[in-house]
Write a protein that binds this ligand. Sequence first.
Ligand code: KG4
Ligand code: ZN
Length: 362
Amino acid sequence: METFRAFLHAFQLRGFPWVSIRIVVALPEVILGIETSCDDTAAAVVIGGQLSANVVASQQTTHLRYGGVVPELASRDHQRRIVPVVRQALQEAGLHPQDLDAIAVTYGPGLVGSLLVGLSFAKAFALGLGRPLIGVNHLEGHIYSVFIEPPSPPFPYLCLIVSGGHTQLVRVDAGFRHTLLGRTRDDAAGEAFDKVARLLGLGYPGGPEIDRLARQGRPDFVTFPRPRLEGYDFSFSGLKTAVRYYLDQFSQAERIRLLEQHRADLCASFQQAVVDVLIDTLRRAILDTGLRHVAIVGGVSANSGLRAAAQALAESLDVQLYIPPLPYCMDNAAMIAITGYFKAKSGWKSPLTLAATPTLSD
Ligand code: KG4
Ligand code: ZN
């Protein structure tokens, strides 16, 4: 309810004719969310702004042996899983398809073959049921993932999106109105974790593995660079290259021994560099904008080092911090369903010609 009030407030600030719509039409309350932008097949149900079911079928094992997501395998896996995953979500929510008021689905950014599976399914389902289709930008989904469970921030809030495909700092001015403050100029933070994990001989996705090992390592073992750019932009590719150069100093035999003895120290040193860069930029943005509510979302927001450093930063600057619970940091459909819920409430409807848009920006 608090969540809904925050959005209502934002829309009223924008002069949205909320009350008149409320009188003349029944507002959509039951939303199915579908997410297939990368390698997770996910479906969730939100009823009246509350999450009722959240199902994620991870394809991690499919891609593990390749050290990264193989787009063709990802889309085939989505095809196999989309129907059972949606069926399970409906079962968990205790619903029949006819109970749904709208179908929300990610239409970009992401892998085109993966997006197409979720989007085609959603279109067919919406058409067959005679319900509206609501296209959701995956990044918007991450931004509003802090509305899945309370406490949720009031508008405006500062939002750091750190995922495998994106790293952005945005000011969320009101519902569906954001201002981009900074972005990565090369690798995303999660991408850096994944690439460094590969250099260190760890599995995919690399972030959780580095996070786990970093807890046993020394963050001061190697001082990797902390690039600081103009404004609030980020750069992580130099950091990844610094890890490569560091390893390149050693012969093959020395490197094997180094990794055996110091893999955890290297993880801790790399992770500390990423966390320092993110926290330094966040600190400057908080001080410059004067915003008192700060969210961190996306896969890398699951990182224990980042969560601890962000909490310490929030306490030192006396700002309120919002980081979603772990299941809503990584890709999930709950964030698509909640975003779809707010879009539906504002009368949003997408045409059935909506195209999968791999490079969709914020
Ligand atoms: O948001 P997400 O699930 O997918 C994208 O939208 O990209 O983020 C996935 C990224 C991967 O790069 C993964 O390595 C990273 O999030 N990640 C982490 C952790 N858990 C996932 N990075 C650092 N520490 C973690 N605990
Ligand atoms: Zn994501």
